[in-house]
Structure formats: C-alpha cells, structure tokens
Design a binder for this molecule. Structure first.
Ligand code: PEP
Ligand code: MN
Length: 273
C-alpha cells in the first residue's frame, strides 16, 4: 500500500488530512469556513406568484439562497409530487428576479440536464444511499447538498459523501435533517450532536434543516437557534406564504414574517458566538 493509510474508509473529506474547512461557492454565495448560509423557501414550487413572492420575502429577511422542490419524493403516490420541469423553470424565474442562487432536489440522474440553472443539487434523505445517483453527481462540477437519511449513521453519511467526492466532485455540503426515533412528538428527532461531530470528522460544511427535523413550525425557530449555537454552517428552512394551503409540508412551514423574525435572532446568536 502506498501513501498515507487512513483507518476510516472515507478519505476525501477526512479531517485527518484536511485541517482547513472546505469552502463551497454557489452562485457567488460562500458556504463553510465561517460564512453562515441561510437557505429558505417552500417545500414545493407551486406557482410563479408563490415562488417569486417567497423568494423576494426571504431575500429581504437576509436569506442567501432560495430552495424549492420541483421533484418531490412523497410517501404516498397519491400526494402532490412536484411540478417537475415546470417547477425548475419557475425557480429560474425567481432566481432572475431576485438574484438568489437556487437549491432543488434531484431524484434521478436522468433529469440532470433539466437542472442546468440550479446552483446546488439536493440529494434527499431517501436517496442518501442511491449510489448510482451519487456516482453521477460525482462527475459534475456543481455543489451537492447531501441530506442524512432518516435511518443512517454519521459514518454512512460520510461514506455517501465519499461516493460523490471519489468520482471527482469535492463540493459536498452535509445536512442534518432529523432521524427516526421512538419519539412520536415530532416528525423526526433532530440529532444536533451530529453538527460538531461531523465537523470534527470531516472538512465539509454542515448545515441543519430544522423544518423536516421537527415537522412543526413552532419548533423550527428554537431548533434553528440551537443549530446556530452548535456551530452549524447554515440553515435550510421551509417558508410558505400560506402554510395552511401548502401542497406539501405546510405544518412545518414558517410564514415570511416568522422567518424574518428568526433570521434576526440568528444574527444575534451568531454575534454572541
Ligand atoms: C425536502 O427538503 O423537501 C425534503 C424532501 O427533505 P428530506 O429529503 O430531508 O425529507
Ligand atoms: Mn419538505
């Protein structure tokens, strides 16, 4: 065996030989290495009016990137599964109108060419171990936001990052979004200790999604503040102009006003740190 031998199987992002934080750039926004990234937007893109309106509101509140699902993995095949290509087209309009780079989930590498204007490709929790998708994303030159699977360990998450990085694409952002536990009070259980641990084990930026972690909008602000205090490199938060009528994940969505209020508190927590 030549070169350095490393016990852990993940090598590309291992802290052992990457002491400096990795800084990833998406559409002019820096993620990691001390800059805090605020990603916000609806679970699903629903209409031009909806996505452009939310984009303007979250930008005014200080968000640096816009999220919006166009391809939606749903537990039930009868639920709204996204506007697909049309959703991505509407996201592009919102990007043009606000200048915010966009983040959207890709479920299949067959759709890659539709994502040309998308700045960060999101791999959802359900696809964290879709190794074929990870391999394809390893061959492109674009940041990937890799969400932790609901039943996956940190080692498995880092190995999934390795699947992407070992193919040549080192631009991976890790996202803790809650795991499945016996606790029934929340949609998932936010594993906040994952943040300092992942940052200890790897050089990759680590962000937190308190929306899917809790599933309950009133729990999003306290968990978001806790994540910032725990050293997260950013937050991805679902925001909807009319949560009660949202086509997906309404119960966990903040209104633009609630988001603006939270963003202000996040700035205060960051200032204390
Ligand atoms: C999402 O971000 O809309 C989403 C589906 O998240 P997750 O894959 O974490 O469930
Ligand atoms: Mn969602």
């Amino acid at each position: 065996m030549y070169g350095i031998e490393i016990d852990e199987q993940y090598k590309c992002c291992n802290r052992v030989h990457n002491t400096a934080d990795m800084v990833i750039e998406a559409g002019g926004v820096k993620i990691g290495g001390g800059s805090f990234c605020m990603i916000a937007g609806p679970c699903s893109v629903e209409s031009e009016e909806q996505i452009v309106g939310i984009a303007k509101a979250v930008k005014a509140a200080g968000a640096g990137l816009l999220r919006g699902g166009a391809f939606k993995p749903r537990t039930s095949p009868y639920d709204f599964s996204g506007l697909k290509a049309e959703g991505l087209r509407l996201l592009s309009i919102a990007k043009k109108e606000t200048g915010l780079p966009i983040v959207s989930e890709i479920m299949s590498s067959a759709d890659l060419e539709l994502f040309e204007d998308v700045d960060i490709l999101q791999v959802g929790a359900r696809n964290m171990q879709n190794f074929e998708l990870l391999a394809q994303l390893g061959k492109i030159n674009k940041p990937v936001l890799l969400k932790r699977g609901l039943g996956n360990t940190l080692n498995e998450l880092l190995m999934s990052a390795e699947h992407i990085m070992s193919k040549g694409n080192s631009q991976v952002i890790l996202c803790e979004r809650g795991i499945r536990t016996f606790c029934e009070h929340t949609r998932n259980t936010l594993d906040l200790s994952a943040v300092p641990l992942l940052k200890e084990l790897s050089c990759l930026p680590v962000i937190v999604d308190p929306s899917h972690a809790t599933g309950i909008s009133r729990l999003v602000p306290p968990m978001a503040l806790a994540a910032a205090a725990a050293g997260a490199d950013g937050l991805m938060i679902e925001v909807h102009n009319d949560p009660q009528h949202a086509l997906s994940d309404g119960p966990q969505a903040l209104t633009p006003e609630q988001y603006a209020d939270l963003a202000e508190k996040i700035r205060k927590v960051r200032a204390v740190l």
